[in-house]
Design a protein around this ligand. Structure first.
Ligand code: 13P
Length: 265
């Protein structure tokens, strides 16, 4: 089904990674919300979500609720467990209680620095859903994978395993982030991103059903900037972006969120 017919609301998501403490997050969110307001940003057309570190979430929740900002937010990771003897883990129940709408699972930095497997990413996605959160499931190939297996084999495999235990019809978001494009300044081509996104949508259809696949937003991530966002958003299967570095520069993130104002989109 075509993008417009499927009515997938574009999602521009900012992954702050390990940046901004809770005090900095308050000033940042205020400035971001005001900048979007000044630009007459239409939240009914595009959703803007932020993903601060865990310790910022309470401050961000309180600020957004008190000032009625239309930004949504989520966490950067979740435990596969809901409670128990799991030192250092954060439960999906706690994130839900903080009004998080989303949680990122399987980011390549978790996979590489914390050795997270596809199975664990699947358990985390299930934990998110069981607690009323929407998992943003990240997949992507390394430069070596790209050379030896092409762009799509690894992301398809990662998503297929991650969805094995997810109930059909669940609301999820998928982020295709080629590892070599993250923080490198070298984004994938829109054509490559579109090809992989199309195949990922087929995986969702086979695991969760075709209605779910049509409704699921697939994001591209990896060196997204205001200068290249429009070229990704023109693609049929790309419904938004997961932005790292550029999400920490307010003017730049606002320009990315306003991609519909760029020529030709
Ligand atoms: P950059 O936008 O800094 O390349 O990071 C992408 C990313 O990892 C978002 O999750």
């Amino acid at each position: 089904m075509a993008k417009l017919e499927a009515e997938r609301k574009p999602l521009i998501a900012g992954n702050w990674k390990l940046n901004l403490d809770h005090l900095q997050s308050i000033a940042f969110v205020q400035k971001l919300a005001w900048s979007l307001k000044d630009a007459r940003f239409d939240f009914s057309k595009v959703e803007v979500a932020i993903f601060p570190p865990f310790t910022d979430l309470r401050s961000v929740q309180s600020l957004i609720a008190a000032d009625k900002f239309e930004l949504t937010f989520g966490a950067q990771d979740v435990s596969a467990h809901d409670s128990g003897a799991f030192t250092g883990e954060i439960s999906g129940q706690f994130l839900s209680a903080l009004d998080c709408r989303y949680v990122i699972v399987g980011h390549s930095e978790r996979r590489s620095f914390h050795f997270e497997s596809n199975d664990l990413v699947g358990l985390k996605a299930s934990a998110a859903i069981r607690n009323g959160l929407i998992p943003v499931i990240c997949v992507g190939e390394t430069a070596e994978d790209l050379e030896t297996r092409g762009a799509s084999a690894v992301p398809v495999e990662q998503l297929d395993t991650a969805l094995a235990e997810v109930p059909s019809g669940s609301e999820i978001v998928v982020a295709y982030e080629p590892v070599w494009a993250i923080g490198s300044g070298q984004a994938a081509s829109p054509e490559q991103a579109e090809t992989v996104a199309g195949l990922l949508r087929e995986v969702i259809a086979s695991r969760l059903g075709s209605d779910c696949a049509n409704a699921t937003r697939i994001l591209y991530g990896g060196s997204v900037k205001s200068g290249n966002i429009a070229s990704f958003m023109r693609e049929e299967n790309i419904d938004g972006a997961l932005v790292g570095g550029a999400s920490l520069i307010i003017d730049e993130f606002v320009k990315i969120a306003r991609f519909q104002n760029h020529v030709g989109v």
